[in-house]
Ligand binder design. Structure first.
Ligand code: TLP
Length: 352
């Protein structure tokens, strides 16, 4: 049975063309700064976002945490949205790795309104931490792949600048935001001191992320990457895959977004299913199952028996994600299975 894996866009396997690019990659020792493929990827990524420099690293978690450490001193505070990845899903990285406290703010589908920030800077006083950094996530994972509105980002940028704070973007899926809105990488890049961007999600590379920022900042990041054990040697094979994704897989994200709309339309119509949030802007759909219909455990197990994998988060909450390895035909198949399992009682073949 062919598996339709909707758990995450991290599950994609390299395409044939990507594998060919990997096989032909020129490589060297990147800890010595001698891997030509990594240097090319770093230069191209930095230029795309209009920044001076970039640094390749094994994961988005590592690039976010390197950026936080390079921007802060122990005892500093970072402001972020309460369900964001850097705070919720990175194993307490800011506290463990950087000695940084997080001041979390409730968002609307992951988005903090600029006005919510105005009273959040701690006064300079012996009692308080130093407010140092603000981190935004675009698109926002738990916010249902919501795109951060550009006018909000600009207003927050203005406020951080006026108050000498640093603004970081967790742009693991910034490519999806670019395609959903037509905003260029350079326009997003201009709003932030640093961005973490992932090649191993929508762009389909097997491994790898980059931090983008000023030359001085990236120099500090390089040292932190070494400290975190993220210095790789002949990793140009991975950079070649990332570069292939960057050059060939950005525009096609529109397909993933269209597929997500098809899935969302089906899920919305099913009794007992509630999208959370209801709006779907890119490739992520979070949804809840009413416990009177069945548990997420049961649904996940029934879907798995039929070859459909979804991500589960707790007793009611699940996520499906569209990506390069799921075709339009497979999306239709997945919709049919959801309908078979959860459609109106009259037409339902299986009761959870
Ligand atoms: N997110 C993963 C899981 O950790 C939840 C996923 O399947 O979505 N920022 C954001 C916004 C992310 O969603 C992720 C991955 C990361 C950073 C971390 O990237 P990796 O997995 O490369 O460390």
């Amino acid at each position: 049975m062919a598996i339709i894996d909707l758990r995450s866009d991290t599950v994609t396997r390299p395409t044939l063309a990507m594998r060919e690019a990997m096989a032909g990659a020129e490589v060297g020792d990147d800890v010595f700064g001698e891997d030509p493929s990594i240097r090319r990827l770093e230069e191209e990524t930095a230029a795309l976002f209009g920044h001076e420099s970039a640094l390749f690293a094994p994961s988005g978690t590592m690039t976010n945490q390197i950026a936080i450490k390079a921007h802060t001193q122990p005892g500093d505070e970072m402001i972020c949205e309460e369900t964001c990845h850097v705070y919720t899903w990175e194993a307490g990285g800011p506290a463990v790795l950087s000695g940084v406290t997080c001041r979390t703010i409730p968002g609307d589908r992951g988005v903090i309104e600029p006005g919510q920030l105005l009273d959040k800077i701690r006064p300079i006083n012996d009692h308080f931490t130093r407010t140092r950094l603000v981190a935004l996530e675009n698109t926002h994972n738990r916010g249902g792949g919501r795109v951060y509105p550009l006018d909000y980002i600009k207003a927050i940028r203005e406020w951080t600048r006026t108050n000498s704070l640093i603004l970081h973007c967790d742009g693991a899926r910034i490519w999806n935001a670019m395609i959903a809105t037509g905003t260029s990488a350079a326009e997003y890049g201009a709003q932030f001191d640093s961005l973490s961007v992932c090649f191993s999600k929508g762009l389909g590379a097997p491994v790898g992320s980059a931090i983008v920022g000023s030359r001085d900042f990236i120099k500090r990041c390089r040292k932190v990457r070494k400290l975190f054990g993220g210095g790789m040697r002949q990793a140009g094979f991975l950079a070649a895959a990332a570069l292939h994704g960057l050059r060939h897989h950005v525009d096609r994200l529109a397909e993933d977004h269209a597929h997500a709309q098809v899935l969302a339309k089906t899920l919305r119509q099913l009794p007992g299913v509630r999208l959370d949030p209801d709006s779907v802007e890119t490739n992520l759909i979070w949804f809840r199952l009413d416990p009177t219909v069945g548990s997420a455990n049961q649904l996940v197990a029934h879907l798995k028996e039929r070859g459909i994998l979804v991500h589960q988060s707790g007793p009611e909450l699940m996520r499906v994600c569209t990506h390069l390895d799921v075709s339009a035909k497979q999306i239709d198949q997945a919709c049919s299975v959801f309908e078979e399992l959860l459609g109106s009682r009259a037409s339902r073949n299986t009761i959870l």
